[in-house]
Design a protein around this ligand. Structure first.
Ligand SMILES: [Zn+2]
Length: 133
């Protein structure tokens, strides 16, 4: 980048910065980066949800995790409906609506879910006592 000011050509300034080994964040301050890396969500040592095997981004309904089969069905949910292109149909027509049997899945959503607590994670945490690598 070339900055022009006061009739003089100024080139950009080289700065010293420190990068997080886990998330690539950059900070000017060494101590700031030490503090960041310690609590970085991508650093397993922070025992964060993102590095925990109990963390799941999955289909949830009324606070309960869906079964693997229900998660598959939920993939057909688009734009608030369950309309889908039915690949297996030789006529290529729309699969009109979700099978009655699975209509209860209409309100299910993909959510961050903690398997250790069996509940939705509204906020990701670090230093979790239930963390497992
Ligand atoms: Zn980081």
């Amino acid at each position: 980048m070339l900055l022009l000011s006061g009739g003089k050509n100024k080139i950009m300034k080289r700065v010293k910065a420190y990068g997080c080994e886990f998330c690539k964040k950059l900070l000017y301050s060494y101590s700031g980066m030490k503090a960041h890396e310690d609590k970085c969500f991508k650093n397993p040592k922070s025992k964060s949800c993102l590095t925990c095997k109990n963390f799941n981004f999955t289909g949830v309904l009324n606070g309960n995790k869906l079964s693997p089969n229900e998660v598959e069905i939920l993939k057909f949910k688009t734009e608030g409906t369950f309309k889908m292109q039915w690949d297996g149909d030789p006529d290529g027509i729309d699969y009109p609506v979700l099978n009655d049997e699975f209509k209860y899945l209409y309100d299910a959503e993909m959510q961050n879910f903690c398997d250790a607590d069996s509940k939705i994670l509204t906020k990701l945490k670090t230093r979790c006592e239930k963390w497992e690598g």
